[in-house]
Design a protein around this ligand. Structure first.
Ligand code: FPP
Length: 236
């Protein structure tokens, strides 16, 4: 959700006012995704590196989260949204941590859409914590076991990753899970990202050919879609 700071600067407002507007944009985006049948929306709200921002901005973001938890959870719950928080909770205040626990608990049975809020999250952190968990359990580290130990194991890998704010970077977001995601970059600043921007991103996605390592010909010819398994070939 990049571009809140610039949105505020353009209006001679403090950066935290941009983040406040970002919450409005997030509310609109959740509704629009839900209306379009999107089943999972994962947003990057605070990265592990965001602690390095000025104290005023960090505490502003924490206050915003606490306020959003107090105000937004009930209407989200009423709209069938299941809320999950993804990230390292150890540095959060008791108030924020209990708000997060409460939000997850009260919405856990909702099925209309899952909203994953990545907060104090980093893609590298997730890979490292998943590997540590497996090692502590004495399990082998394989692609499958690692994927199952990740903080986002409850949802499929994203089909589409959208970056707002005109930057062409992944910035430590969903490093593992975005291996085969389609990427959409837009100049829209996050507070300006509206239904039209979302529809443009979805239309862009719909025009992509997803090959997952195969050739175009394999995708268009059903006979070639399921080649014999490797061991069958070896036996032949
Ligand atoms: C990046 O824009 C945005 C953030 C670091 C914070 C995003 C947070 C929200 C949208 C609201 C908080 C979310 C919840 C769930 C309460 P930037 O500040 O880097 O913008 P810039 O690149 O224009 O400076």
């Amino acid at each position: 959700m990049d571009g809140n700071g610039r949105w505020a600067k353009q209006r001679f407002m403090p950066r935290v006012a941009g983040h406040r507007q970002g919450v409005e944009s997030l509310r609109r985006c959740v509704r629009a995704c839900s209306e379009r049948g999107v089943k999972v929306l994962t947003v990057f709200a605070f990265s592990s590196e965001n602690w390095n921002r000025p104290n005023e901005e960090v505490s502003g973001l924490m206050d915003l989260l606490a306020g959003a938890l107090a105000r937004e959870v009930k209407p989200l719950h009423d709209s069938g949204v299941r809320i999950c928080f993804i990230g390292d909770r150890s540095r959060m205040s008791d108030k924020v941590r209990s708000g997060i626990d409460q939000a997850e608990l009260s919405t856990r049975s909702n099925t209309r859409i899952i909203l994953n809020v990545c907060f104090n999250y980093g893609g590298r952190w997730d890979i490292a914590q998943a590997a540590s968990k497996l090692v502590a359990q004495g399990q082998a580290v394989t692609e499958e076991s690692l994927a199952g130990a990740m903080a986002l194991a409850h949802v499929p890998d994203p089909d589409l990753v959208i970056r707002t704010g005109g930057e062409y970077r992944i910035s430590n977001f969903l490093l593992w899970q975005s291996a085969y995601s389609e990427l959409h970059f837009t100049d829209a600043l996050w507070p300006d990202f509206d239904e039209t921007s979302l529809d443009q991103a979805i239309a862009d996605f719909a025009g992509r050919e997803r090959r997952f390592g195969k050739t175009s010909e394999q995708l268009s010819s059903p006979a070639q879609q399921h080649p014999p398994a490797l061991n069958t070939q070896a036996a032949a």
